[in-house]
Design a protein around this ligand. Sequence first.
Ligand code: NAD
Ligand code: MG
Length: 391
Amino acid sequence: METISILGSTGSIGRQTIEVAERLGLAITAISANSGAVLIEEQARRVKPRFAALYDEDAAGDLRIRLADTNVKVLSGAEGVIACAMEGDAVLSAISGFAGLRPAMAAIKRGARLALANKETLVSAGAIVMDAVSKYGAELIPVDSEHSAIFQCLQGRLHPPRGERREAAGGDYKILLTCSGGPFRGFTAEQLERVTVADALKNPNWSMGPKITVDSATLMNKGLEFIEAMRLFSVSPERVEVIVHAQSVIHSAVEFADGAVIAQLGVSDMRIPIQYALTYPERVPGLSKRLDLTEIGSLTFEKPDLETFRCLDLAIKCAERDYRAETCECLVLNAANETTVDAFLKEKRKFTEIPHIIENVLGRYSGVRGSSLDELTELDADVRRVTAECI
Ligand code: NAD
Ligand code: MG
């Protein structure tokens, strides 16, 4: 692994990936983001990629002027971002939301290593993505800390041969997916009514982009990760259990057939899973602090409160339906959630309205199906339109 392309380079994961890549001595050959020329210009001057792309055409025009004195080629639009996915031995996708799907597929189809932070891609199109991974012989390494943990517990056995489910492949392990509980752990439904945008943007353990921070507060993030785990590791929903573990020291665990449980522990620092996705199967010294267990003292575990945190419940039910009936309700859940969270961040809707709106939208798409990338893209756009109307 000598070269890397970073999609979503200006975000929380993207910026940490630049630090890790520099530490590993990897050449960053492409960077890309949504809009805003200032930060990506600074990054381009620092890492000297061959390509820098902005999805937003106007912002890309601005970037082209800013980088006119350099050798960096500025690209724009969806094609520009996809062109960046064609660069590098590894592609790290830290795009947020459904927008990451096509660039991820482009990296998979050329058989590259795809280090994937962008969970919405697996939630919305998990079946297509995992099929393409086996068909094109790509390497998909999870970056999401829980899934990196599970991947490490399984010693790299990501998924069974094409088309087979985990049970059929003979591995009947169970995934113990840990969850910090978010900033409102222990809150009653009544307390949640008074939550503001500023409250929801404070996460006790991780510093992340705004959308995933709100998802961590509603527990939709854990719901999306439940679906992500089911897809990545080809397990049935019964084999994924969410456990609230407030300290975020155990990043997840796997219980094997004989009852042995293997967990992965560490400080809450995304640079560890980012680095592992780039150096796998090797391990090399990194940038993060060491875990001091005696300083932490004790670890706690509890069951999630699915009645108060309705988003997690909705996600698990979508996962169950999609798994049994090969429907696309997880895509609907994701698109409705992205649209509703955006409205919450703009203070158009209250925190407690988020699950109601999503549930209402899900009701209109019960049993929906889609099998091609184009069909899923169309469905995603349709759900966003319908959700916006509900808002
Ligand atoms: P962020 O909002 O900080 O950054 C998102 C990045 O994606 C930005 O660079 C943005 O410009 C870019 N982007 C958005 N739309 C784009 C488009 N159409 N084309 C190209 N680039 C686009 O988000 P984040 O916190 O870094 O999270 C990124 C992804 O990683 C999300 O899917 C999130 O769920 C996942 N993730 C994040 C963390 C974390 O600690 N931040 C942990 C696990 C998983
Ligand atoms: Mg996570």
